[in-house]
Design a protein around this ligand. Structure first.
Ligand code: GCW
Length: 772
């Protein structure tokens, strides 16, 4: 009713009996049979599947949505609404759909204080000031949204869980969330801290084999089910990144998972035990130590020992949601255990919803990857849905991290990732383009120019992002110790969190072969291991993940690795700039607020892709000593470095790492009343555009004014909320001043006024001539 009214502005009449006129009939098979005798389904319907059909009932044309159970009817109704919204035929329907995977969950990493770990879409819709929010309107909206894409479960809090969540007073609060979700067929789970029996239970141990914690979990779980009879279960992050776990007592994940599982079992609950277990104090000097091996090394020996309501939840790759990783070998290493694949919808390492990065393109490759565990073909999608090893449960989990932002994930185009996750969990055989097209039509309407432009941008965006942030399988070359956002090529080297690329003067990449490397490759099935063991058969896009090669190594295209690194960064940045032009063609075809919002983000991305390009290229130029054949890297004829300008009040600072500012230096103003940086324009008279590259930290709102021959041509306040409290690749920003008539000898002056910890920092100015 609500859907039809929202789309068509018509209010349908609801009746419990079949009317004497054409109608839409919604109901379970049993209820439809009771009013339409002889009604039967041609193909069998699973527990959550549905059938859309049309039938003459008592001489009237009826559109029937039916399923075995209510949840299926709900999914059928959403499928029908989706067709209507996409302007598709609904007159002669005959369509049966079943979800591919039984578990289609999202996880939220929400904290009790209302923040969201790795969340980029505002505050938590669940929590505020240490409690569940009083107003759960957004939670109900979210539940509806999730149901519309077939999601059937949601874990509502951060896997870095606060033990307080299991205190008595939270139970009624969770029950309210569960009530809101239940209406839409979604069960809730909570992430727990394994040390809870000790931290909040008053016991002196949380040893999973001690009878007291065992009893504590049983009582806790019973209490939860008294309040929430359809409670889904627990998500567990243990022995990972400093979280307490069974290893403290010399116990294994089996010991811990099974204790909790047996408490949940009588109620039908599940334990999602995360395989993201690794040592973050690795000895980086040991060339055999390899974080990528950790999950398999820990969990493979335990295969077959977990209870049947335990699921091992494994990130899709062996590291951590990088822009490109091979598939985790653990999916092949757990043949007698339930598994689920964890995908990341929130763009932690893929641009944090400031860069466009359509992830279904990546997920689709992951889900289709053949682990070659037997002769019939064993794609990841079949392993995780339980089909390959005939497991009764299994599925896909997406870390969504939506927030209070009006478009949930902040970037209006990022919602295609949440949509795409749900669609792939329902049907992994959909193509990324089909998903992008469905989403675009549902979100922006069916204008072909809009649909084509947005689809094209979406389906290319992952590779574009990869091309300027982590080519050839080097993973995301970001600051892995901090924001996970801007460039930070060196941050992943020489520390215990794992090595990304082991680049030195000679070459780049990690040798993970069995013969000479870390041995990681040996965790795959023989045929897959054979492919990755040899340099020749490893796909170029994964090359540096598996092999250490000289910079001069030739790729299949005949290009050297170093030239590829340079070229891909330039191409990626050009593509990002091209998206801005493409988007501008849609002006007037999309409502103004969304048009402008997306435009601003694409412009920002185009600027930031240059920051990435320059940082990565210069880092590799310095490391390899091999110049760019096309003379671009290190040569910026249109640039005037801030440190080379005439400075009044401003002082020059070194930026660390040096690649994260042009020329390794920037200028800062410590004078409260402001500083000036100026230079003379020396090129021919004509029309120009000026890019002012400055830094916008989150700990101050500096202001800038630009004057040409004393005439003010632009001014702005640096008040964005980028993830940075210092100058560098995270905070770098670009302001474009268009249509300026400049003559030789003109003085261009920038006046910066600092605010709090942000000292009106400037990097450089770039001047582009406009064609006449
Ligand atoms: O990618 C890392 C994130 C952490 C996260 C962790 C995990 C919730 O940087 O913020 O912690 O993964 O998945 O547990």
């Amino acid at each position: 009713m609500r859907g039809v009214r929202g789309m068509l502005g018509r209010t349908l009449r609801a009746e419990k009996e079949l009317p004497q006129e054409n109608a839409m009939v919604l109901g379970t098979l049993a209820s439809i049979r009771s009013v339409v005798p002889g009604f039967h389904v041609d193909s069998p319907l699973g527990e959550e599947g549905f059938w859309l059909t049309t039938e003459q009932v008592h001489g009237f044309h009826c559109l029937i949505v039916t399923a075995k159970a209510d949840r299926g009817v709900l999914y059928g109704v959403f499928a029908l609404l989706s067709r209507m919204a996409r302007n598709e035929e609904v007159v002669a329907l005959n369509e049966v759909q079943q979800p591919y995977a039984p578990l289609r969950w999202v996880n939220q990493w929400d904290n009790l204080d209302g923040g969201i770990e790795r969340g980029y879409g505002g505050r938590s819709i669940f929590f505020e000031d240490g409690r569940v929010r009083t107003d759960l309107t957004l939670v109900r909206e979210y539940a509806r949204l999730l149901a519309s894409i077939g999601i059937n479960g949601c874990a509502i809090n951060n896997v870095n869980a606060n033990p307080r969540l299991l205190q008595e007073d939270f139970l009624p609060q969770f029950a309210r969330i569960a009530d809101a979700f239940r209406e839409w067929g979604i069960r809730i789970a909570i992430a727990i801290d394994l040390s809870s029996p000790k931290v909040i239970g008053g016991l002196d141990t949380f040893d999973p084999l001690d009878p007291r914690p065992i009893e504590w979990w049983r009582e806790k779980v019973d209490a939860i089910y008294r309040r929430i009879p359809d409670f889904g279960g627990f998500v567990v992050k243990a022995d990972s990144e400093g979280r307490p776990g069974p290893s403290i007592y010399g116990r294994t994940p089996v010991d811990a998972a099974n204790v909790i599982a047996s408490a949940l079992k009588p109620h039908g609950g599940i334990v999602f035990y995360r395989a993201f277990v690794y040592d973050h104090h690795l000895n980086w000097q040991d060339s055999k130590s390899d974080r990528a091996k950790a999950a398999y090394d820990t969990f493979h020996p335990l295969d077959g020992k977990f209870d049947d309501n335990v699921i091992i939840q494994t990130k899709h790759g062996p590291i951590d949601f990088q822009v490109r990783e091979p598939v985790s070998p653990l999916f092949g290493g757990l043949q007698h255990t339930n598994v689920s694949i964890e995908l990341q919808i929130t763009q932690e390492y893929t641009g944090q919803q400031r860069h466009l990065c359509f992830l279904p393109s990546m997920w689709k490759e992951v889900l289709d990857f053949d682990l070659q565990l037997n002769r019939n073909g064993t794609p990841v999608k079949d392993v995780v849905s339980g089909k390959t090893f005939r497991r009764s449960i299994g599925g896909l989990v997406g870390v969504a991290n939506v927030g209070t932002d009006a478009s949930w994930l902040s970037h209006p185009l990022a919602m295609a990732n949440l949509y795409g996750f749900g669609r792939l969990a329902w049907n992994p055989d959909l193509s990324p383009r089909a998903i992008a097209e469905e989403w675009t039509r549902l979100t922006f309407g069916s204008d072909p120019a809009v649909v084509n432009t947005i689809c094209e941008m979406q389906v290319n965006s992952w590779r574009v992002y990869e091309s300027y942030t982590g080519p050839l399988g080097a993973q995301t070359l970001t600051d892995i110790l901090g924001s996970h956002y801007g460039p930070g090529v060196e941050s992943s080297e020489r520390n215990g969190w794992g090595q990304w690329h082991r680049a030195d003067h000679e070459g780049v990449g990690i040798d993970r072969t069995v013969a000479t490397g870390t041995g990681y490759v040996g965790q795959y099935s023989l045929p897959v291991a054979k492919m990755y063991e040899s340099l020749e058969s490893t796909p170029d896009e994964q090359l540096l993940f598996f092999h250490h090669v000289p910079y001069t190594h030739l790729l299949r295209s005949g290009k050297s690795v170093i030239q590829y690194i340079y070229d891909s960064h330039y191409e990626g940045a050009e593509h990002a700039a091209g998206n801005v032009l493409q988007w501008k063609l849609l002006r007037g075809r999309i409502d103004e607020p969304r048009y402008s919002d997306v435009l601003a983000r694409l412009e920002y991305q185009a600027g930031h892709s240059i920051v990435w390009r320059d940082a990565v290229c210069n880092w590799f130029l310095r490391a390899s000593g091999i110049p760019d054949e096309k003379h671009r890297v290190g040569n910026y004829p249109d640039r005037i470095e801030a440190e080379a300008m005439q400075l009044a009040g401003y002082s020059i600072v070194n930026v660390v790492p040096r690649e994260n500012a042009s020329g390794g230096k920037a200028i800062e103003c410590l004078q409260p009343r402001g500083c000036k940086a100026s230079f003379q324009f020396t090129r021919d008279a004509g029309w120009y555009e000026i890019d002012v590259v400055y830094f916008d930290q989150s700990n101050g709102d500096s202001s800038f004014r630009v004057l040409v021959c004393n005439q003010l041509v632009d001014e702005w306040v640096a008040n964005d909320t980028l993830p940075a409290t210092k100058i560098g690749g995270d905070s770098s920003m670009r302001r474009r001043i268009r249509g300026l008539a400049l003559r030789p000898g003109d003085e261009i002056r920038i006046v910066g006024t600092p605010d709090m910890e942000e000292h009106a920092p400037l990097d450089y100015v770039e001047i582009h001539g406009l064609q006449k």
